[in-house]
Design a protein. Structure first.
Length: 425
């Protein structure tokens, strides 16, 4: 199968960046299809650490990388990212959809003011997508247009009353904002011109030529706007299906859907997290896994592996196989369990609650996980190219147990941040 969609199967931060970097080697085109600068994809290669907020994680392989229509873009941040990537000696082969929506500073100001109760990343994601849905936002094609300044001023006039009512600006500061931001964004538009194109057509042509297209999802399935733990979700669709809408994947063309899960669970921001750990156990796991947000630096909430939530994510996203990351971290800490069901008022339930307050109340049903063998980096490497049956007993039985519960195979195991710390079965 030529085409692959990679999505997070938890609440984000599953290690998609690293896996996309690994898979990009055999791909011709890498396409991001949702989210914006809220994503933080970390890729380590040859001793260097790269943090991509916008650029697809296939960049390091010098592949053509696309920011699709479903992505929302802060041009200033993206230009900085392009610049620092260029400064580090790379030549980004980046293409940006003319239809992608633009994040303006006022979106960020609205987010900073109102995003606290969700614990957003403060990158303006929600306000941009909501103005997109209200049909009053600007797209990349607007800021690269010859009359960009007029288009930006007109669009700002449409949201003026709202910005004043929300006390984002006063009459006076709004006028200043209008002048500076329209000139600034028109200038970003000019710098963007070489990158902007009809990206869906690039995907179509590549697919027709039987090239391999890799679709890179941001955030995780449980943060999906429609099926996640609403309202504690992001404002885009994070499911594999979003690759068709926001990335130009073509329905009917065979596609592999790979979900990424950690060997335990983490979450950033507010919202239900049934298997969350507290106290020393949480501190130990957080430190062992360096669980701090790539975008905001916030300490991540950490917890037991929630197989019940994972199975839900697999079902709603249509995930066909799993890559499991951070198995090496799990081996460092003892006492992490697997959740195999939820109870409410002492009674086992057979659904994943749609209602966040109900999900807050569930009591996880746990099963103990035997301690996973703590292998050194060199020992791990001896398993490259081997089959699952060759793995140490504790890891083999842990994988088998998960596969039986979630009813799909684990086909990739990641045991460290570097590209070569990956076992593909
Ligand atoms: P927003 O996407 O900034 O609006 O934030 C909404 C929720 O999604 C918050 O709980 C964020 O912490 C979470 N979130 C957004 N992007 C990511 C990500 O890339 N990884 C993990 N959590 C994220």
């Amino acid at each position: 199968m030529k085409n692959t969609i990679v999505v997070g199967a938890q609440w984000g931060d599953e290690g998609k960046g690293k896996l996309v970097d690994v898979l990009a080697e055999q791909s011709d085109l890498v396409v991001r299809f949702n989210g914006g600068g809220n994503a933080g994809h970390t890729v380590m290669h040859a001793g260097e650490t790269y943090k991509f907020h916008y650029m697809p994680s296939g960049m390091l392989h010098n592949k053509v990388c696309i920011l699709g229509t479903g992505v929302v873009i802060n041009p200033k941040d993206l230009l900085e990212e392009i610049q620092s990537f260029t400064d580090s000696g790379h030549a980004p082969k980046l293409k940006i959809s003319a239809r992608a929506h633009v994040i303006f500073p006022h979106h960020q100001l609205i987010d900073e003011k109102g995003g606290g109760k969700i614990g957003t990343t403060g990158r303006g994601i929600g306000p941009t997508y909501s103005q997109k849905a209200s049909r009053i936002n600007l797209r990349i094609l607007d800021i690269i247009a010859d009359d960009a300044i007029t288009r930006i001023k007109d669009a700002l006039r449409d949201v003026k009353d709202m910005l004043l009512a929300d006390e984002i600006f006063t009459e006076e500061t709004f006028q200043q904002y209008c002048e500076t931001v329209s000139a600034e964004y028109a200038s970003y538009g000019n710098q963007f011109k070489p990158y902007v194109t009809d990206t869906e057509d690039l995907v179509r042509i590549a697919t027709k030529a039987e090239e391999a297209v890799l679709f890179e999802g941001a955030q995780g399935t449980l943060l999906d706007l429609n099926y996640g733990t609403y309202p504690f979700v992001t404002s885009s669709s994070t499911l594999a299906a979003a690759a068709f809408v926001g990335g130009g994947a073509i329905p009917g063309v065979p596609i592999r859907i790979l979900g990424i899960t950690k060997a335990y669970t983490t979450r950033v921001g507010e919202g239900p997290f049934p298997t969350e750990l507290g106290g020393d156990a949480a501190t130990n796991l957080r430190e062992a896994g360096h669980e701090y947000g790539a975008t905001t630096g916030r300490p991540r909430r950490v917890g037991h592996l929630d197989l019940y939530a994972l199975r839900y994510a697999i079902r709603i996203s249509g995930i066909q196989e799993l890559a499991m990351t951070k198995i090496d971290t799990l081996a460092l800490v003892n006492g992490v369990k697997a959740c195999i069901g939820y109870k409410i008022d002492g009674k086992k339930i057979d659904y994943f609650p749609a209602d966040a307050p109900t999900l807050e109340l569930v009591e996880p049903i746990y099963t103990d996980i035997p301690d996973i063998a703590d292998l050194s980096k060199d020992e791990w490497k001896t398993y490259q190219g081997k089959s699952k049956a060759d793995l140490p007993e504790s890891i083999k039985s842990y994988i088998k147990f998960i596969e039986e519960f979630v009813e799909i195979p684990i086909t990739i195991l990641s045991h460290g941040p570097e590209r070569n710390e990956t076992i593909v079965f």
